[in-house]
Structure formats: C-alpha cells, structure tokens
Design a protein around this ligand. Structure first.
Ligand SMILES: Nc1nc2c(ncn2[C@@H]2O[C@H](COP(=O)(O)OP(=O)(O)OP(=O)(O)O)[C@@H](O)[C@H]2O)c(=O)[nH]1
Ligand SMILES: [Mg+2]
Length: 295
C-alpha cells in the first residue's frame, strides 16, 4: 500500500520554496518528536540541503522524553559526520514544547544568528524559512516567535494554504509555509504513523486500519497506558478486541449492542494525538533500540 495526498496548494508551496531558497540564511525544519523519521519529508530535505538547518522536534511534550533525547544525540553525531564534508548544510536539532515558549524563542533566535549562511555584518538581515509536514506546529512556532497570534493555527492538516512573512523583534525575517507532503508515500508504516499523528486527513486512508495499527503498537509497547486509560481488567487478546472494548466503554455502542468500530477508532486515535494515553514515541533513532519500537 502506498498513500497519495498531495492537494494543489502544496504544489504551489513547493514552487515558492524553490524560488525563496537562494535568499534564505537558515531553514527551520519541523519534525514531529513522536516520529522524527516518518515526519521528515525527503523532498524538503533535497530542496533545502545547501542551507544550514535547525531541525525542531516539535510536540516534545507528547513524546517520551528519553527517546527525544536519543534523537537529539543522533542528530548531533550525524551533524558531526556531515558538517565536515558539507559545511554550508550544517544541522542542529532542538526539541520544543508548547509550554516552554520563552526557551524556544531564545534558542531559535540565537541559532538563526549563529548559523546564518550569508556573510553577516552590522545591519545584515537574517532570513529564515519554516518548513515541514502539515499539522506539525509551524504556525504555532511563528506565533511563539512573534509573541502574539499572527498565523492561523488548527488541529487539522493543511490549515495554512499560502506563504506568510513576518519580522521578529530581533530583526530576523521569517516565512511560514503551508505544510508539505511528498507526492507518494511508499512506506506503509510511515503512512500509518502520519495519519495516527494527524499530519494527513483521516479520510485519506482507511481509518480503522490506522486505529488497528495504533492498537497493536500500544498493546505491544505500552499495555499499562491502555489498561489505565480505559480501566481494563486485563489486556484484550488482539487489536480488534481492544477496539471492541473501547467502543463498549466509551459510548460506541449502536442500538442492538453492536460496537461502532469507527467511533472506537476515533477515541483511540484522539487519545493518542492529544496525549491522553500518555507520553509516547513511535520511533527510536537508527542504531538505538530500533527493534524495541517496531511492530
Ligand atoms: N502538544 C503540542 N501541541 C502543539 C505543539 N505545537 C503545535 N501544537 C498543536 O498542533 C496543531 C497544529 O499546529 P499548527 O501550528 O497549525 O501546525 P502547522 O504545521 O502550521 O499546520 P499546517 O498549516 O496545516 O501545515 C495545533 O492544534 C497546535 O495547537 C506542541 O509543541 N505541543
Ligand atoms: Mg500552518
């Protein structure tokens, strides 16, 4: 199975990114801290590879803290290897969370100035561009950096449809971009994770299969979170049985007692997305305990 979701405004956003790139000093690429690999758009990587990049692991408040630290160590060692051969494309990674706005602001401004590609000098304007997949928190970051709401934010993919430019108090010129996917997502696991995390509309893929994937992952790696959240006496025998149980306990029963599986899927997926199940990561960095998190 491969997944295609590439609405027209993303084509336009891609063209704008190609045009804007030669003027940029720094790229700020947002990745979802719960799934940094699945949320890394290879197309964006190619378009931005000759510019210094701040990889921002957003939504770190929803991810497992130890796994996020492992990802930061991974990017730091990768950077050490790559920066020798490609100094213009240096990479720095930081993790951000919505409840640490002041820290995020200070760190990003400092890094933008430090990494700026074009020669700096008195009065020189630093230009930075924010890129990433849909719903990863780009516009939220713009608002955090501006210290007020200038960009529309929403908990669904493709809220931002056009480029928006702002100037920070520090003098940095910043451009927000619409979330960009790539034309065809070949990796089925990555596609399931992206829908589970909310980067792709629920309608783009069979919703129940996403919930079944999530159910299997949570049963394998976080059984105690499921038991606590749904007040289960024991773990059901398989993912479908878990959805049945959630449906019965959370108002997903149709007349006649049959479980509405779509409703049950909705409950599980949203409990993951908003952190109600608990803080968890779906991926570990290559070489770490990769096997531990795979199903
Ligand atoms: N928990 C948590 N939620 C966040 C964080 N950053 C953003 N969000 C939420 O994620 C959702 C998407 O945020 P946006 O800033 O609109 O995302 P975007 O990348 O601009 O999305 P598009 O414009 O659709 O590409 C919103 O509900 C935000 O409140 C974060 O650090 N932690
Ligand atoms: Mg946006």
């Amino acid at each position: 199975m491969s997944l295609q979701w590439y609405p027209g405004h993303m084509n336009k956003a891609r063209r704008q990114l190609v045009e804007a790139m030669p003027l940029q000093d720094v790229v700020i690429e947002l990745l979802d801290a719960r799934m940094p690999a699945a949320s890394e758009n290879p197309d964006i990587g190619l378009l931005c590879k000759n510019r210094p990049c701040i990889k921002v692991l957003s939504k770190a408040d929803l991810a497992d803290p130890a796994t996020t630290d492992a990802w930061l160590r991974y990017y730091a060692s990768e950077r050490a290897e790559k920066s020798a051969e490609r100094p213009e494309g240096r990479v720095v990674a930081i993790a951000t969370r919505s409840d640490r706005a002041a820290e995020t602001r200070a760190r990003i401004v400092e890094l933008c100035k430090k990494l700026a590609f074009h020669p700096s000098g008195p009065g020189k304007t630093v230009r930075a561009i924010i890129v990433g997949i849909p719903n990863v928190g780009k516009s939220t970051l713009i608002n955090t950096l501006m210290e007020r709401k200038v960009a529309k934010v929403g908990d669904e993919p493709a809220v931002t449809k056009g480029q928006q430019k702002v100037e920070l108090k520090s003098g940095i010129h910043l451009a927000d971009n619409p979330g960009m996917m790539w034309p065809k997502i070949e990796n089925e696991t990555a596609a399931l994770r992206l829908v589970l995390g909310g980067a792709i509309p629920d309608s783009a893929i069979d919703y129940e299969s996403v919930a079944l994937y999530g159910a299997e992952f949570f049963m394998t790696h976080h059984p105690n979170m499921l038991i606590a959240r749904y007040k289960l006496k024991q773990l059901p025998s398989d993912p479908a049985a878990l959805l049945q149980e959630i449906g019965r306990r959370r108002g997903g029963l149709r007349r006649g007692g049959e479980v509405d599986m779509h409703k049950a899927a909705d409950v599980l997926i949203h409990d993951f997305r908003d952190g109600s199940l608990g803080r968890m990561s779906l991926e570990e960095p290559p070489g770490a305990n990769e096997q531990r998190l795979s199903i």
